[in-house]
Write a protein that binds this ligand. Sequence first.
Ligand code: SF4
Ligand code: ZN
Length: 309
Amino acid sequence: MPCKNCLEKPVINLTNNNIKLCKKHFIKYFERKVLNLIKEYKLIEKNDRVGIALSGGKDSLTVLNILKMLKNKIRIFELEAIAIDEGIEGYRDKTLEQAKNYCKENNIKLHIFSYKDEFGNTLDNFLKKNKMKACSMCGPFRRYLLNKKSRELGFTKLATGHNLDDESQTIIMNYFRRNLETSARLGPITGISKDKRFIKRIKPLYLMTEKEVATYAFLKELTTEFLECPHSSDSYRGDIRDMINNIEAKYSGTKHSIITSFLEILPLLKENFKGFIPINSCKNCGEPSSQEICQTCKIVEILKKNSTN
Ligand code: SF4
Ligand code: ZN
């Protein structure tokens, strides 16, 4: 069967509606869908200074590529990129190379911060001396640095490469762990809090599946290697991802249904958990925290103790 819109050979079969599209029509469909979401949820507004959380992987390069197109068209916002070097040999060094190349070729300012400079060592070395799971340490560190550095750089929004697969996993994880309060802070735009220390996060790929993003990145030649963090399958998220993928393979459209249902109940969740978490300042670093000492400072303390033992 040819493309739905012409007689060309299809490059993808969209699983939620069983539509086949050729290269030209898929790229058009993809970009239009992302731009419509940006408009519908007002992800970017006039005078925004948008920072892209750039890992150099397919998702963040796709976001950067589309926002760059949008910026060239409407010229009402600024665009820069921020990358975190966790220190994962064989993975992050390679994706950072892709990030640097893209930014150089497209004249985009890239700011890089590393765990080594900010926390004293690379993730690889921390893991050699500690039994802690990689993502339990890396996730909080990454979120902490992205928010703090984005604020210091004066970004008004931080765009991330989260796609529909990532978000459906988070929704199910929060549900299984009875963590609805965290889900209340999800959605295409997050961090809309009175506390100015939190930089609003936007997710332009919210409605695009992992497969669609990978296809787009491949067709637009944004990346030559599709690398995955070596720790990504060790986590609870890895198990949830496999579970959802298995169900999707049998009942196509499941991932879209998770997101659509979630967007229907999101306003109720937000209302229910409004003002629920008191935000204080971490006594150690001064960053916003719901507890006396923030999660990042607690982890740094544990790492320090273990390295002297
Ligand atoms: Fe860090 Fe885990 Fe993400 Fe790898 S998968 S970058 S270890 S949070
Ligand atoms: Zn702290």
